[in-house]
Design a protein around this ligand. Structure first.
Ligand code: ADP
Ligand code: MG
Length: 516
């Protein structure tokens, strides 16, 4: 791809990009959210036409006007959001649009045989008869892969393929990729995860704000160098922070019991306290009641028994708005469902907690010049990358959606900030930025409650770490006095006392010191 430019209006999502992929290699496309990676690959797979630039396949200049032309050129794309039809079988999805026919009738037998052959060759273990709605996300991805292979792809494009997979599935996918290139196929993988690039890719092209910055041999660069290239400055994986100066409690949860959707207890008599001027991190494996806990505190789920006190006022089973008004900010786990209204503009979303108040509205009328100028100010201050404040929030990249939510919540200056998975799916630059803002809140004397499944994140931001297991806090530790092993044991339900003696025994046996 030579000098590829793609403009949306006056905004250039791709600005003179060069990308060169060799046969038989795994080539990573690295860039922050919104850098222009998907746009570039949508051009290569015929979904978008470039504004200018040249594409050559095997040396020959081509014009890829639609996905069928891309298929004919041997290009297939496995999209970030799968494009399968739920109530069709695997086989029907795979052949859709290129059905083999025998005197005008779809030849299912032939289709099945071909699909089975592809599936067996790569050890995919799929059942062509299963409905797509009945299979796991990992399996759906395999169906997408087979779909491209079935159409004869020899250049496969994967758009952030591991974002939706479990660690086990990621390993299997990496094996599949290695097998594909061993057969002479070529792969482009879009990702912003540096460790993934190190483990799978041969070369990497870095895209930053629509421009191709560099192409490097992966073996010759460190993760730190890749991160710096991607972000355009030196990024730190560890956010610097001074000691906390906690004062009075802003959140007090006592003997809380909350049920999950099926009516079983998810939070089972939990107590905790968050003080002004500290970040309390909640570590734990997904599904131990973290979501229900935060929903109960923020008024989104019923409290069965126990109490929630915010700023000294009883907030148990109060409406979300009452809780919000009592100086609480919330960055929810599911940013699409609870954080934003995707079809509304970025500016409207930024006003969605305060729209009923002056100056955003007056005498029951929204004042759009205030809404939009307020949003422009937050966009600037929180580095939300968007061409304008008047586009739908749904068209921002994930990282920028998250920054918009954090901007809205912090702007209200709440005494208590509750965040859940604040950086899930984000790239290192955005992660660093969000961690900084959380620590800044703490330094301004606010209390922060942060739930995360990422231990790195927990260690990075927390002043105290509470470990949640089976609906209870099983231990509260000082990040300076614990390590990942100990937290791992606590997260698996081992008591702090047992965890410490287990680890010190192991240490004595090995004769080595504990490591961070
Ligand atoms: P990446 O995949 O690197 O996260 P994208 O290629 O999806 O980034 O997007 C690059 C930029 O182009 C983003 O700022 C995005 O908002 C913008 N963009 C993408 N598609 C469109 C579109 N159809 N109309 C307007 N802007 C778009
Ligand atoms: Mg993308």
């Amino acid at each position: 791809m030579e000098n590829i430019t793609k403009a949306f209006g006056t905004f250039k999502a791709n600005d003179n990009i060069n990308l060169n992929v060799k046969k038989g290699e795994i080539h990573a496309l690295l860039g922050e959210n919104g850098a222009g990676k998907s746009t570039l690959m949508n051009i290569l797979s015929g979904l978008l036409e470039p504004t200018s630039g040249t594409i050559r396949i095997r040396g020959k200049e081509v014009t890829i006007t639609n996905p069928t032309v891309a298929n004919q050129l041997g290009i297939g794309m496995v999209h970030q959001h799968f494009m399968l039809i739920d109530n069709f079988t695997i086989a029907e999805n795979i052949i859709l649009g290129s059905e083999p026919t025998n005197t005008g009738v779809i030849d299912y037998k032939k289709a099945y045989e071909e699909i089975k052959a592809v599936s067996d060759r790569y050890g995919f273990k799929i059942e062509p008869d299963s409905l797509v709605s009945d299979i796991s996300v990992g399996m759906q991805q395999r169906v997408e892969i087979i779909k491209t292979l079935y159409r004869g792809a020899d250049l496969l494009i994967f758009d952030e393929p591991t974002a939706v997979l479990t660690p086990q599935e990621i390993e299997e996918l990496i094996d599949i990729m290695h097998e594909l290139v061993a057969e002479g196929k070529s792969i482009i993988i879009i990702t912003h995860k540096l460790d993934e690039i190190k483990s799978v890719a041969d070369r990497c092209t870095v895209i930053r704000r629509g421009k191709s910055i560099a192409t490097v041999d992966v073996a010759e660069v460190t993760s730190q160098e890749l991160a710096d290239l991607m972000v355009g400055r030196s990024v730190s994986f560890k956010t610097p922070k001074g000691p906390a100066h906690p004062t009075k409690p802003v959140l007090k949860v006592t003997d809380l019991v909350v049920k999950e959707n099926r009516g079983l207890e998810a939070v089972k008599g939990l107590s905790l306290e968050v003080r002004a001027g500290e970040i309390l991190g909640i570590a734990g494996i997904d599904g131990n009641g973290q979501s229900e806990l935060l929903q109960a505190i923020t008024g989104m789920r019923k409290v069965e028994s126990g109490t929630v006190e915010i700023n000294g006022v009883d907030m148990t089973n109060k409406r979300p708005r009452t809780i919000t008004e009592n100086s609480t900010g919330h960055v929810p786990e599911d940013r699409h469902k609870y954080g934003l209204v995707l079809p509304l503009t970025v500016a409207e979303n930024m006003a969605i907690q305060t729209y009923y108040k002056e100056p955003i509205s007056k005498h029951g009328f929204l004042n759009y010049s205030v809404i939009n100028s307020h949003a422009r100010q937050l966009i600037e201050e929180f580095d939300v990358r968007t061409p304008s404040e008047t586009i739908p929030a749904g068209s921002l990249s994930g990282g920028n959606q998250q920054k918009a939510i954090i901007a809205r919540e912090i702007d209200r200056n709440p005494d208590l900030l509750i965040v859940s998975q604040p950086t899930r799916g984000l790239d290192v630059g955005a992660i660093e930025y969000i961690h900084k803002r959380l620590i800044e809140q703490r330094d301004n004397g606010k209390g922060v409650l942060c739930v995360s499944f990422e231990l790195d994140e927990i260690f990075n931001v927390s002043d105290r770490i509470a470990v949640m297991f089976h609906g209870k806090i099983v231990g509260i530790v000082d990040p300076k006095e614990t390590n990942e092993q100990e937290l791992g044991l606590l997260m698996a339900g081992v008591s702090l006392e047992d965890a410490r003696s287990e680890l010190s025994n192991a240490e004595k046996q090995e004769g080595v010191g504990a490591h961070e």
